[in-house]
Design a protein around this ligand. Structure first.
Ligand SMILES: [Zn+2]
Length: 170
């Protein structure tokens, strides 16, 4: 929890990933609402009333009946389908790439970043942990550094999801 408060104080965006880290595929809308409410209360209590404005689906699972709930509560939601958001995109199921040790070898990051710049698009990157010995769902610090370096070289702005959404929605 101290980590969370430190990140928040440093200006990082804290978004919602559910309280129980449960797939929306197995939840009724009421159960999802209850989980999200519990998460919102837990975070607000610890982060000076902070209201989470963006959502990431656990496991990337997006049930059709979950979408109206996410739509109502958040600016946008992200899944785990690989891709760049450009032109028309589903704001409740944005595409992304996983900065995950299990996925990174399969990406051509140079091309993804260049394609994002060419399309005036938005490339979202996610992961669960950053460490010198990451889980399959996380990456090493140098993996993030590499992506940031590529993005800067391509002239892309680097923003938290909520701030990027605000710009894209203008
Ligand atoms: Zn997760």
């Amino acid at each position: 929890m101290e980590d969370l408060q430190t990140l928040h104080a440093a200006g990082h965006e804290v978004g919602c990933h559910t309280y129980g880290h449960v797939s929306t595929l197995g939840l009724s809308p009421a159960e999802l609402e209850a989980d999200l409410g519990r998460n919102a209360a837990w975070v607000a209590e610890r982060l000076d009333g902070h209201e989470m404005r963006t959502f990431a689906y656990p496991f990337g699972d997006c049930a059709l009946r979950a979408k109206p709930v996410i739509d109502r509560r958040f600016l946008c939601g992200r899944g785990v389908r690989d891709g760049i958001n450009a032109g028309r995109a589903d704001r409740n199921l944005l595409q992304a790439i996983g900065l995950e040790s299990r996925r990174l070898p399969g990406y051509d990051l140079e091309k993804l970043v260049q394609d994002t710049a060419d399309a005036h698009g938005w490339l979202i990157a996610y992961g669960h942990d950053v460490s010198d010995s990451p889980t399959p769902y996380g990456c090493r610090p140098e993996d993030i550094d590499r992506l940031i370096g590529l993005a800067k070289a391509a002239g892309l702005d680097i923003l938290p999801v909520g701030a990027a959404w605000a710009r894209a929605a203008r």
